[in-house]
Design a protein. Structure first.
Length: 581
């Protein structure tokens, strides 16, 4: 039955199920859009069907028809395999953020199935984050991410007593690997938290890991408009448990690289930057202006004091001069006391830049360009003025005495009792794993943390005795907290996805430009047909009811529009499909 027949049958007071069934076959599985709700969607160059990542049919029933439809749409995302120790989740999410980082380039190289999959991902991900509050969005994120992996991967029902939100099954040596994952969607300053007892119990009952995937939103303070999200991942195992839960204090420490060798004439080393330029710094950027000049500037970074990293600055080393024999050298400023001094606004000495070898090579106040120099400088990463900034390592603060892991943190007393107790549990972990092996040793450790060990006279950890201990729901018992600084410092950054309205619309435009016209027309007419046929059959006219001329005109207009949509859709389908054979 075609759309023309359906519209004609409606006027004949059809009251049988066949008509309804035929209509539903033509309609997409999507909510009917009102004028207001559909305005933004219709503004996009290509309109896609709405897929809803539901809890049961998509999340918990991998073999259902709805799940298969979801997998079909998402099946071309992140096809490349991860290397080394990369998890399936990190590989998938990194490939997604990489794709959207340079959409124009990646869309040019993408196939039609890949383009449609990334379009659908963006469409649903943005809808999920922007149309729901944090709790609902977090709940929808569970079946959504599980379905990205297909197969047996699933959202975990709360009735199962499993603290994992989803379990990902991926092929591996010895069969499929089952990875329990906890998912969080947080504001920028949000903490990761959960039940200490439940996490300990997970390992006590044989769990080997609990992987956390964090979505951190970048949103405006007042209107709460989301402009971007950054994905982080970290994995808690028996070996890393004490690095994450009720852990000791950490700090950022500059990473020093000793012995960076360079010469003025041969250029800077990997982490020493040299530049020729005018005598004065650019007042806005705080660095030498681009272009050559008579002065040599050098930039390094130096750690000053425990946990402090000096902001990288450019220092004017000296003036480039040509000698009588035609060779060049750097004339260094000399203080009245005979010391070498860099002529920068703060009067930093050359020694403060950690440069060695100048005194041995100096001839009066001249430094030969080929003089072998070395510097202790900080490691650099991309970003900041001049293309790099100091790289800071995130590590435990120095322990106050031998035998302790470090300085106790905020959660240490309530979860472990004291830093001494925490250090004793860590020592037992190492002892039991060495004696019993990784699996049996970790099970004994976490059962002792949970229940105590009468044989050794050990009491259970204080955090394991909170009210509600034993329940699977998050929030039971004493809570652990993992700060943003902690999971950003120790975890893996999987990339950032920008989702402003402009960037989403631009991605849809770029995608449509890389697809044939008939394919774009087909999806758009399918969406238009969904709207118009709904308006027609849901009109409160007919079946003996009277309606105003205006209502009748709207119904007739919607019916005719649906007929036109179906005809254009048929033509686009025939032309598009024929062209791909």
């Amino acid at each position: 039955m075609n759309i023309d027949t359906l519209v004609e049958s409606f006027y004949k007071k059809a009251d049988n199920d066949d008509l309804i069934n035929e209509v539903m076959k033509l309609l997409l599985v999507a909510p009917l859009l009102t004028e207001d709700q559909g305005a933004k969607a219709r503004d996009r160059v290509i309109r896609l069907p709405n897929l809803m990542a539901t809890e049961i049919t998509v999340g918990q029933k991998p073999g259902s028809e709805e799940r298969q439809q979801f997998e079909l749409w998402m099946g071309n995302i992140g096809l490349e395999e991860g290397g080394g120790d990369a998890s399936a989740v990190s590989t998938k999410l990194t490939s997604i953020t990489n794709f959207f980082a340079d959409p124009e380039k990646n869309l040019r190289e993408a196939t039609i199935p890949e383009t449609l999959s990334y379009l659908m991902f963006l469409n649903q991900f943005v809808y999920m984050l922007k149309e729901f509050n944090a709790s609902v969005a977090g709940f929808l994120w569970e079946p959504f991410l599980a379905s990205l992996f297909g197969g047996k991967s699933e959202q975990v029902p709360t009735s199962r007593g499993d603290i994992a939100d989803i379990r990902i099954w991926t092929p591996g040596k010895g069969g499929a690997k089952d990875a329990p994952i906890s998912l969080k969607i947080l504001n920028e300053a949000g903490e990761v938290k959960g039940s200490f007892f439940d996490l300990v119990n997970h390992f006590a009952e044989g769990g080997t890991e609990m992987r956390y995937v964090i979505v951190v939103k970048d949103q405006s303070a007042v209107k709460k408009q989301i402009s971007a999200v950054t994905f982080y991942e970290f994995n808690i195992t028996a070996q890393s448990f004490f690095d994450w839960i009720g852990t000791v204090k950490h700090e950022e420490v500059g990473t020093l690289l000793s012995g960076e060798k360079f010469t003025i004439g041969g250029g800077g080393g990997r982490n020493v930057r040299l530049r020729r330029g005018p005598e004065l710094l650019d007042s806005k950027k705080g660095e030498p202006p681009s272009g050559n000049g008579d002065w040599v500037w050098i930039r390094t970074s130096k750690q000053e004091g425990r946990g402090k990293v000096q902001v990288t600055k450019w220092h004017r080393l000296g003036q480039l001069v040509t000698l009588d024999d035609g060779t060049q050298a750097v004339r260094l400023p000399i203080t009245s006391r005979g010391g070498i001094r860099a002529s920068d606004p703060e009067g930093k000495t050359i020694k403060a830049l950690n440069i060695q070898g100048i005194s041995d090579a100096l001839e009066g106040d001249l430094l030969p360009l080929d003089a072998p120099l070395t510097a202790d400088v900080g490691a650099f990463r991309a970003g900041g003025h001049g293309g790099a900034r100091p790289q800071a390592a995130y590590q435990k603060q120095t322990a106050p005495s031998e035998g302790l892991l470090g300085i106790g943190g905020k959660d240490t007393p309530k979860l472990w009792g004291s830093i001494e107790n925490l250090s004793q549990w860590a020592a037992l972990r190492d002892q039991w794993i060495e004696e019993l092996g990784p699996k049996k040793g970790s099970i004994r450790l976490f059962r002792a943390i949970r229940d105590g060990d009468p044989e050794l006279g050990l009491n259970r950890a204080p955090g394991a005795s909170g009210k509600g201990a034993g329940a699977a729901e998050e929030g039971s018992g004493t809570q652990f907290h993992i700060s943003p600084k902690h999971y950003k410092g120790l975890g893996a950054n999987l990339g950032t996805l920008r989702i402003t309205e402009k960037e989403v619309v631009d991605f849809f435009k770029a995608s449509a430009a890389n697809m044939n016209e008939e394919l774009v027309t087909m999806f758009n007419k399918l969406a238009d047909l969904n709207d118009n046929i709904g308006r027609f059959f849901l009109s409160d006219c007919g079946d003996g009811k009277t309606c105003t001329d205006k209502d009748a005109a709207r119904r007739t207009e919607a019916g005719q529009a649906a007929i036109n949509d179906s005809q254009e859709l048929e033509a686009a389908v025939v032309k598009s499909v024929s062209g791909m054979k």
